[in-house]
Design a protein around this ligand. Structure first.
Ligand SMILES: [Zn+2]
Length: 113
């Protein structure tokens, strides 16, 4: 469970908040003076835990499946093709060539697969 630490701008005290899930909007109040002027600090504990817990919490090993998905070269650029066809737009020739090249194992410059 991640811990967010906030430093109070009014009294300088540090308050720690457990959050049930990442991305929840927290409206922290100082645990010392109840001020709402809180500045987020990075907790070393939370930092150490984050990567591992995010991985474990991904539903039914989704991230592993995602990795395999992109190992199959036929799937490279598939989402691009789909988003074009969803909008009823034909794939531009340059995009078509980039995807085809990527499927042949050539990683296109400037594109992170
Ligand atoms: Zn305070």
């Amino acid at each position: 469970m991640p811990i967010y630490e906030y430093r109070c701008q009014s009294c300088g005290g540090v308050s720690s908040f457990f959050v049930r899930s990442i991305g929840v909007d927290l409206e922290p109040a100082c645990q010392h003076c109840q001020s709402n002027e809180m500045q987020r600090r990075m907790s070393s504990f939370a930092l150490g835990k984050t990567a591992a817990s995010v991985h474990q919490n991904s539903p039914s090993g989704q991230s592993a499946a995602g990795t395999d998905y992109y190992r199959d070269p036929r799937n490279i650029g598939r989402n691009v093709e789909e988003s074009f066809s969803r909008h009823g737009v034909e794939l531009p020739q340059s995009v078509r060539e980039t995807i085809d090249a990527a499927r042949d194992g050539q990683v296109p410059k400037g594109i992170d697969i």
